[in-house]
Design a protein around this ligand. Structure first.
Ligand SMILES: *Cc1c(COP(=O)(O)O)cnc(C)c1O
Length: 369
């Protein structure tokens, strides 16, 4: 077998034991004589699978009893619309409700733009002035804000909030797609948390929403059934056929995480991996991090060949990405909007992958300058 180290931002690497177990159970899961893909979602065979996934997520994240967990589809991007529709949607003719957005990069700008179709959304603070290389101070919400939206970890630029802002009685909503389960998080500080699965949880196609129960049931009647938290909650994520196989794989990933020691253990490991990589970048004469030290992500680490002469930098970076791929270190190109390189070090990236990348970069640096 020839596995690569995959530094992709998403879909991204999954734990090998999870893939091996899924392979072993592909044609006969739990002695049912069926693949999970073939099971009725309402059957006695699938029920324990979705229940196990939810129970594990609740215990690993410490989700309080007054929060509901929903397994939906449409990715984090559909939540950009579902959040405003469900928390602040109004009927035709009624005054629009207000919502605050903190603009920390591409995903938060997209969330803001989508919300503007349904609510009076405003950008309460932004770090666009410095290419999103930091997290701005979070101003207090307005008393009549229906909610306050942040992107907790910014996958593309590689920043994360150093602490969770206090929004008082205004529900705090966070996109945690690229940092879910990577470090401890006090769920009770939030009204809604949402994450597409393909970064730290499992396959693309499944979306996890964690919502305080008092925020469910506020959508106006015209909001389509599939976009309503109240319907998905009432039907236990089975209003229609849920993404069964994705939910099953998430369950295996969560079991793997639990066996490792849960979030506190993976957090220690994530800190070690990120510290190794950032400290290499600090010492490198070729590569550097463009991100403010106070707000550096543990999960997504962009870097540039700033030590190269400006006229050669782009060419050198392209060569780096190609040669790294030839050495089985794949998907290191930065996002098409920001360029440079990026190493995503999600939960499933072993520390040996980080060490292999650093050794490769060190050798590349020595032969390049
Ligand atoms: C990947 C990502 C998204 C987009 O997720 P989709 O599931 O493709 O909609 C949104 N927000 C963040 C923070 C992401 O990392």
């Amino acid at each position: 077998m020839n596995r690569v180290y995959n530094f992709a931002p998403g879909p991204s690497t999954l734990p090998l034991p999870v893939l091996e177990r899924a392979a072993a159970e592909m044609t006969d899961t739990n002695g049912t004589g069926q693949s999970v893909m073939e099971m009725s979602h309402r059957s006695k065979d699938f029920k324990p699978i979705i229940e196990k996934t939810e129970t594990l997520l609740r215990s690993l994240m410490g989700i309080p009893a007054n929060y509901k967990v929903l397994f939906l589809q449409g990715g984090a991007s559909l939540q950009f619309a579902m959040v405003p529709l469900n928390l602040a949607g109004v009927n035709v003719g009624e005054a629009r409700k207000k919502a605050a957005y903190i603009d920390t990069g591409v995903w938060s700008s997209k969330a803001f733009a989508e919300a503007g179709k349904y609510v009076e959304a405003r950008i309460a603070a932004s770090s666009k002035d410095k290419a999103y290389s930091y997290i701005p101070a979070a101003p207090a919400p307005a008393v009549d804000d229906a909610y306050y939206h942040i992107t907790l970890n910014n996958t593309i630029v590689g920043t994360k909030w150093a602490s969770v802002p206090d929004t008082g009685s205004v529900p705090l909503v966070a996109d945690i797609s690229s940092c879910i389960l990577s470090e401890p998080l006090d769920v009770s500080r939030f009204g809604v948390l949402y994450a597409g699965a393909q970064k730290n949880l499992g396959p693309a196609g499944t979306t996890v929403v964690i919502i305080r129960d008092e925020l469910i049931g506020k959508a106006p009647e015209w909001v389509p059934a599939m976009l309503r938290y109240d319907i998905h909650e009432k039907e236990d994520s089975m209003y229609n056929t849920p993404p069964c196989y994705g939910i099953y794989i998430i369950g295996l990933v969560l079991e793997w995480l639990q066996n490792l020691g849960g979030v506190p253990a993976i957090y220690e490991l994530n800190k070690q991996k990120a510290a190794l990589f950032y400290s290499y970048l600090e010492s490198s004469k070729l590569f550097s991090s463009p991100i403010d030290k106070n707000f550096r992500s543990l999960m997504n680490i962009p870097f540039v060949a700033s030590g190269a002469s400006p006229d050669k930098q782009a060419e050198l970076e392209a060569r780096f990405v190609k040669e790294a791929a030839d050495a089985s270190l794949v998907n290191l190109a930065g996002h098409r909007l920001v360029g440079g390189m990026r190493a995503s070090l999600y939960n499933a990236m072993p520390i040996d992958g980080v060490k292999a990348l650093i050794a490769f970069m060190d050798a590349f640096e020595k032969k390049s300058i």
